[in-house]
Design a protein around this ligand. Structure first.
Ligand SMILES: C[S@@+](CC[C@H](N)C(=O)[O-])C[C@H]1O[C@@H](n2cnc3c(N)ncnc32)[C@H](O)[C@@H]1O
Length: 209
């Protein structure tokens, strides 16, 4: 599949899809941190370029409910509206399969309701960060709390309430679940889903096991 990883400079999700045989390219205003197929520029300029799937991480600075204490600051309304319009253009792009990832925020009540809420610890990363996925023509990610005869759990223990989530773009395992990977070892995450069970289908819809 020809896959666009929108708003990614780390190359992590891109490389996870490439490792599974896809033709994945990241795009960001910033240069890529890791050598690999990357378009540095405005992602809105390449949405029409014949992608089969897009995974998008649009900026959440002005959308997230984490920043509501600044909600009424001067100039904030315009920035919020601009961020919403960027999100809308991503969501409404002419790409058949879309996954947009963002924290809880005003995009859901304004643009379109999220498809799924996940936590990093649902997929093996011991972190707490409520993360929304907006999915078009893609399956929900499957996470399994308890072991059964047929399935191994994907969850780790829920982090303690005083857990502090360090900011990092290196969400090594978020892409594992998105790609249908089976990496059950936990490392770290910035909040997107991570490990998955042997029957997990990734967002590419390809059963890899
Ligand atoms: C929340 S960060 C996502 C980082 C991503 N998770 C990664 O691992 O690189 C949002 C990113 O969107 C990028 N961005 C903002 N506007 C953009 C645009 N018009 N076109 C492409 N990238 C954009 C920013 O440069 C920033 O890196």
């Amino acid at each position: 599949m020809k896959i666009l990883i929108a708003c990614e400079f780390s190359g992590i999700v891109r490389d996870a899809f490439i490792a599974r045989g896809h033709d994945a390219v990241s795009c960001d205003l910033l240069p890529t941190e890791k050598p690999g197929p990357h378009i540095q520029g405005d992602v809105l300029d390449i949405l029409d370029d014949g992608w089969d799937m897009m995974i998008a991480h649009p900026p959440c600075t002005y959308l997230s409910y984490a920043a509501t204490r600044s909600w009424n600051d001067e100039g904030r309304c315009k920035k919020r509206l601009d961020a919403l319009d960027f999100f809308r253009q991503i969501w409404e792009s002419p790409i058949e399969k879309i996954c947009v990832e963002n924290p809880m925020g005003c995009a859901s009540p304004t643009i379109v309701k999220y498809s799924q809420i996940i936590q990093p610890w649902f997929f093996g990363d011991p972190m707490y960060k409520t993360t929304c996925l907006w999915l078009r023509n893609l399956p929900l990610l499957i996470h399994i709390e308890h072991e059964s005869l047929f399935e191994a759990p994907t969850h780790t223990d829920k982090p303690k309430p005083d857990y502090v989530c360090e900011k990092t773009a290196n969400n090594v395992h978020g892409e594992e679940a998105m790609c249908g990977g089976n990496n059950r070892a936990s490392v770290d995450s910035s909040g997107t889903p991570s490990r998955c069970c042997g029957t997990q289908r990734g967002l590419s819809g390809i059963d890899l096991f």
